[in-house]
Design a protein around this ligand. Sequence first.
Ligand code: COA
Length: 391
Amino acid sequence: MRDAYIVTSVRTPGCRRAKGAFKDTRPEDMLAFILNAALKQTPNLDPKIIDDVMVGCAFPEAEQGLNIGRIVTQIAGLPIEVSGATVNRFCASGIEAIALAALRVMAGWSDVAIGSGVESMTYVPMGGNMARPHPEHCKTHADLYVSMGITAENVAKRYKISRQEQDEFALWSHQKAAEATAKKLFTEIVPTPAFKYVTENGTYKKESFLMSHDDGIRAETTLEGLAKLRPVFAAGGSVTAGNSSQTTDGAAATILMSGDKVKELGLKPVAKLKCYTTVGCRPDEMGVGPKYAIPKLLKIAGLSIKDIGLFELNEAFASQALYCAKELGIEMSKINIHGGAIALGHPLGCTGAKLCATLIANMRERGAKYGVESMCIGGGMGAAALIELCD
Ligand SMILES: CC(C)(COP(=O)(O)OP(=O)(O)OC[C@H]1O[C@@H](n2cnc3c(N)ncnc32)[C@H](O)[C@@H]1OP(=O)(O)O)[C@@H](O)C(=O)NCCC(=O)NCCS
């Protein structure tokens, strides 16, 4: 099989649902912008030779529905020949889209393909606009549809992850993210146009401004402040707004190519997507997914935890991220070095694509040869991807 080279991987900032900079920016606009930004960073690439654009989206309906994968290619101004599809594996949708694009390249079916992700949790709420669980299946297996927050409570209770530990983990996420922002280390972010509506002469006028940072980071977070927050999902529980991932709007894109095309265009690839895998687990503790996905990935790749320089372990909730890290024996200094979703946000279907861009930027910064991104997935699954930095 051929190698799938990553030549460009970028993201928009992540901004708070309903309260942040992208609250009036449609998902198609965020995604069209970041696709064009990725193309701009890839010299000599004629968009006509892009074979396909895969778009991860966890709730592909309303403004991000109707096959946003195809719609966005046209809104972005790509040639009519460039096809597009929407991919859904909930929180892993973005990396699933990148993996599908990579497989096309590896199989020799495509020379250039894009994997990306988008989610406006402002425009389309988590759960979608009208969830319709299967009535009979629910009578015996309601856990398949359980709230993600309850699964985080289950992990905390079953595996004894204390409130104190969760809050410490959350504080650490904000501290790392605040420091990285101050040091301008999020080099994968492309300042992105955001829209707002202002009143003028008794009517609304659409104005745009550039947004260049993740706006959910709370640099002022303290352990005392976090300890005061009430549990939001279960009375007497330990999962709060402070130690959960934030609901966020954002988009990200990765351009993949064959080795021959990289040479032909005279490009310098940054990394290779070496391997990707998924696995199922109990839906009512879906947060444990990475505990199974990461070993499965490493076994396929013939590597061990110690070979991996950096991890982006999605912080859906502090309870599950911490539990998985402990169970796998990952050194904490290798995890989410610039903070995770508790501080930076978790724009569901975008997250896998966003973490790819962040992981590669961090691997370049630290000179790590191998990096792994992994996340838990609603319904009870885990996903993991292995990235190798090019010399
Ligand atoms: C937990 C959750 C319900 C909270 O939603 P929310 O109320 O909109 O959350 P916010 O971030 O606005 O925080 C609410 C309040 O908590 C407090 N708070 C949050 N983080 C804090 C922190 N680090 N320190 C101190 N206070 C904090 C603040 O008072 C904040 O209000 P403010 O924004 O007016 O300052 C939501 O973030 C959630 O559902 N997260 C999980 C998403 C999920 O399940 N994803 C899928 C995973 S598989």
